[in-house]
Design a binder for this molecule. Structure first.
Ligand code: FES
Length: 642
């Protein structure tokens, strides 16, 4: 018997095998990444390979008996049901070696394919989910050889997939007998960590899906992902229904403290919302929520506790002790979620009492621990969560920025929503403003603005709008670096108006009137000084006078204009093209943890190594805070703004 040489691209792996060996078998023996759900039965189509160019390869891979198409009967059956294979493609489990061959494994046939994330600054991830699908044919029960259905399923999994001593929870066992008989003794099982059955279907089931969830205090966002390709099949975001118990996290903790059983109500509310999302996104993808095989979650510490059903009371005051800070996983059924029979929920680790699993998600997504440049990650909310460092060291803290950046405590403030002013420019000569609202592409001085703006009309000003307004007021000389609205300019423009003993600047003189008052400037100064002081504290601990890169995470970070944030002194000086937004990086972190098993170990290790700095007990925090009240700063230079 001859032993043809086979060469696989792009891996470069090669070897000799007895003539007649299937390409899938050769790939497995060489450790080549070639997918398969049906175990080589010619029904899933995941094992497709491309016969390499050149007569040499074509001759080497034809298989009997059909010498016209080169396909065998199984491939004929597959193509008659599923449509033709692309030119030059064969099912790797059916094509047999009958001569030397060069074989390409296309990206869509690789198990560990790469997914390119949106941001060019971050690494790609390999798809290596914790749950994989396996089609098996199970022996029928036999009076002469009595054994249980599960025992015979275990045998089949070992023989056909090399999976030993696989276990199953009761929830999956309950589906076993019906599935085996419905599937005429063939089933597809979803196996977690090669050990435990978390889903079971009669016959061939080709798609395994998972859900990545970001539980924010205001919104809950989720992505339904194909576990084999990483593709996002559907996404959804809804308001966090806990808002009816309190606008921000601290008021929800107060609700729990003042109302016995309040934590149960809040837990039920968030779980019901996630169940609702699971149903909605799977329906959109033409699936059922019980097709979801795995779920990952990121959340701030209080949302994290309430989702898991842990009392958040201790997080309402110093020393902000978490019940658990490590990653945690439990069955979806224990959390009343309508996912697959044995599905698990994996919650990323929390970093500290005020720095949650959402920040761990940002760290995993941005990967500062893989780089040499010193990166500053900032997630701004009523609390800013701040991480600084690189591959040598990472430090984290949180800083109480207050609600101003989300529009709270601002006279015309509102959350970022259609109708909110989000961009402001002020002419330094005429002192006339122009603005843009969320939901409209037009500036306020462009023709058609009045009639064609957002459907809601103009409703208020959001965090990014107020930041731009105050930065522009500084550039136009309307406020001093101390943050005082200059009343002397009332002589130059009617837009500067008296407001009791102080002055305000009118951005919009219509209904509603929108102005920046002295109190608004103060609220933003307090918030930005707290944020900056937290950043400086971490820089002191790290021993750097400047950072190489700044990434703003979260909804606020994606709306904010970098230059205006720096003019205001919200973040320290940095090259402008090294300051950017990561969008919903926490959600991306949840997605990475869903699609790559190693990423979980990675972020768990990284979080354990992060040095936590508690701003409340740092003596220098107050001095940094006072210096940062000036706009942009009392003493720190901002050379990149010049
Ligand atoms: Fe399923 Fe080849 S492994 S078709």
């Amino acid at each position: 018997m001859t032993h043809p040489l086979v060469f696989f691209a792009p891996s470069g792996k090669r070897g000799r095998f007895p003539e007649g060996t299937s390409v899938l078998e050769a790939a497995r023996k060489l450790g080549v990444d070639l997918d398969s759900v049906c175990g080589g039965r010619g029904i899933c189509g995941r094992c497709q390979v491309q016969v390499g160019d050149g007569q040499f390869s074509k001759l080497g891979i034809v298989s009997a008996p059909d010498h016209v198409t080169g396909w065998n009967a199984v491939e004929e059956r597959y193509t008659s049901k599923r449509g033709p294979l692309a030119e030059g493609r064969r099912l790797g489990c059916q094509a047999r070696l009958c001569g030397d061959a060069v074989i390409d494994v296309p990206a869509d046939s690789q198990v560990h394919r790469q997914v390119v994330r949106k941001s060019a600054a971050v690494r790609d991830i390999a798809i290596e989910p914790v749950v994989t699908l396996h089609y098996v044919e199970v022996r029928e029960p036999d009076m002469h050889e009595p054994s249980s259905d599960f025992r015979r399923l275990q045998e089949a999994l070992e023989q056909q997939w090399g999976l030993k001593d696989v276990t199953a929870p009761l929830e999956s066992l309950r589906l076993l007998q019906k599935s085996l008989r419905e599937g005429k003794w063939s089933v597809t099982v979803a196996v977690r960590h090669k050990r435990e059955i978390v889903g079971i279907w009669p016959g061939l089931h080709e798609q395994g899906v998972g859900l990545a969830v970001d539980i924010g205090s205001t919104t809950i966002a989720a992505h339904l992902c194909d576990l084999a390709s990483g593709e996002v099949l559907a996404s959804s975001g809804i308001m966090n229904p806990q808002i009816r118990f309190g606008e921000d996290v601290m008021s929800r903790v107060s609700y729990v403290m003042m109302n016995p059983g309040g934590d149960v109500e809040l837990t039920r509310a968030v779980r019901e919302a996630i169940a609702e999302i699971a149903v909605a996104v799977t329906r959109e993808a033409g699936l059922n929520s019980n097709d979801i095989l795995e779920m990952t979650v990121v959340a701030n510490p209080i949302m994290h506790h309430l989702f898991l059903g842990l009392d958040p009371t201790e997080l309402g005051g110093a020393p902000f002790a978490l019940t658990i800070d490590g990653a945690y996983q439990t069955r979806a059924a224990h959390l009343d979620l309508p996912l697959s029979s044995g599905a698990y929920v994996y919650v990323l680790p929390c970093i500290a009492g005020h720095v949650g699993a959402d920040t761990a998600g940002v760290v995993l997504s941005e990967g500062p621990y893989l780089k040499s440049e010193v990166t500053l990650l900032v997630d701004v909310g009523t609390n800013a969560e701040i991480v600084l460092g690189n591959r040598d060291r990472l430090l984290a803290c949180s800083s109480p920025t207050g609600p101003a950046f989300e529009g709270g405590q601002i006279s015309s403030g509102q959350r970022a929503a259609p109708g909110a002013i989000e961009r402001v420019r002020i002419d330094p000569v005429t002192l006339e403003p122009r603005y843009k609202v969320i939901g409209s592409d037009l500036w306020s001085d462009e023709p058609g603005f009045a009639g064609e703006t957002a459907a809601t009309g103009v409703t208020g000003i959001c965090g990014s709008g107020i930041i731009e307004a105050i930065a522009e007021m500084l550039l136009a000389g309307l406020i001093t670096p101390d943050g005082v609205v200059d009343g002397a300019l009332a002589a130059r423009t009617p837009r500067v108006e008296g407001d009791g003993r102080t002055f305000r600047y009118l951005i919009r003189d219509g209904e509603p009137r929108i102005a920046v008052t002295q109190n608004d400037v103060r609220a933003i100064q307090l918030g930005k000084a707290a944020l900056y002081a937290g950043v400086r504290l971490l820089m002191d601990h790290y021993g750097v006078a400047a950072v190489d890169r700044i990434t703003l995470a979260g909804a606020f970070g994606s709306h904010i204009d970098v230059k205006h944030a720096m003019i205001l002194g919200l973040v320290p000086d940095c090259e402008l093209d090294k300051v950017g937004s990561a969008g919903n990086a926490a959600g991306t972190g949840a997605r990475i943890a869903l699609l790559n098993a190693d990423a979980r170990t990675e972020i768990e290790d990284v979080v354990r190594r992060i040095e936590k700095i508690e701003t409340a007990i740092e003596p220098s925090f107050q001095a940094h805070f006072v210096a940062a009240m000036a706009i942009p700063h009392k003493s720190d230079p901002f050379p990149h703004l010049e």
